[in-house]
Design a protein around this ligand. Structure first.
Ligand code: AMP
Length: 317
């Protein structure tokens, strides 16, 4: 049953997948994955989230149950005959890079997102990395959300520039990684690249840099949040999607107009949730995180960046 739309609802649209992961510690097959899966799990810790995506006949009900147990509304998850989207990736020894070994679109190839009628007035939207024309189709089905964020990838940047340009004009916030920002803008310097992207539509751009943190560029200038330093990192898959879902979940929770201050606070919650994501294989750790765990990590994060004063050289400088 679809739940009535709430003023804090976040609609998350994107891939739901099985991932086969080749990590330095071993191989892990049939791991629950997909960008929208990670984003919705992260958001669900902060408020109501609705997931829209497609799965095949092979997608076990237990995975949907795990998402529902987190409070995620899965009414918008469509089951089609055929197999679920599958992605295989291999990580380098230090986990700093990965190669995509195989991508089987399966039912995802014919995905046309259908937003349940009850969610057409959702105030917050997270468009995961899908064809930019489909991202636009989602926006055509919702009524003036307060904030729309989107992700994209190199494949669409090089392959669908016109659709991507049209999508950029209709979103408020683009969340991408540094390589994508460079490719999209054609500019090497990240600060200049973000300024260029902001001229193409989104008033805000977040550039993710993996273990080197994330930079926000908006009307108030630039803001940086580090990645939370961990002793053990096991699987970075989905960390970027977790960051995006956590960020939007925090903004939705506060039902804000995404003011510069709210977005800056949201960056810490996004990074804190991403730090849980990388601790275990797939979304296992993320699915088990409690609000108390999150509160503890946020307070440790605060301590990490709190130097106990204001920055000034003295002598009035
Ligand atoms: P991230 O590590 O944040 O880039 O996200 C990885 C997740 O994205 C994995 O769970 C994959 O299932 C999913 N994924 C990989 N390739 C694609 C693609 N071409 N389109 C949509 N999702 C994908």
């Amino acid at each position: 049953m679809s739940q009535p739309v709430r003023k804090n609802n976040l609609l998350v649209v994107g891939s739901i997948a099985f991932d086969d992961l080749e990590m330095p510690t071993g191989k892990f097959d049939d791991v629950l994955g997909g960008a929208a899966t990670y984003s919705s799990i992260a958001a669900s810790l902060l408020g109501p989230a609705q997931l829209v995506g497609v799965i095949g006949a092979d997608f076990a009900e237990k995975h949907l149950d795990a998402l529902r147990e987190r409070g995620i509304d899965t009414t918008g998850v469509e089951r089609l005959p055929g197999k679920t989207f599958r992605w295989r990736g291999r990580y380098s020894k230090d986990l700093s890079s990965r190669v995509s070994l195989d991508t089987q679109l399966n039912v995802f190839a014919d995905f046309r997102p259908k937003i349940p009628a009850a969610y057409r007035t959702t105030p917050f939207v997270m468009l995961g990395n899908i064809h930019p024309s489909l991202q636009l189709e989602v926006l055509d089905q919702v009524e003036r959300p307060k904030l729309v964020a989107a992700d994209t990838m190199n494949f669409w940047i090089s392959g669908e520039p016109a659709a991507l340009a049209a999508m950029l004009k209709r979103i408020d916030l683009l969340i991408i990684n540094d390589e994508e920002a460079r490719e999209l803008s054609g500019i090497q310097n990240i600060v200049k690249a973000a300024a260029d992207i902001r001229k193409r539509g989104p008033s805000k751009v977040i550039v993710k840099r993996g273990e080197h943190g994330a930079l926000l560029f908006d009307e108030n200038g630039a803001f940086f949040v580090p990645a939370y330093p961990l002793e053990e990192v096991n699987d970075p898959t989905g960390a970027g999607d977790t960051f995006a879902g956590g960020l939007m979940g925090y903004v939705a929770r506060h039902d804000g107009d995404a003011s510069p201050h709210l977005l800056r606070r949201a960056m810490f919650f996004a990074a804190a949730l991403a730090s849980f994501c990388v601790e275990d294989i797939g979304p296992r750790r993320l699915l088990a995180v409690t609000r108390a765990d999150l509160a503890r990590r946020i307070s440790a994060f605060h301590a990490l960046v709190d130097f106990g004063g204001t920055l000034a050289l003295g002598d009035g400088v």
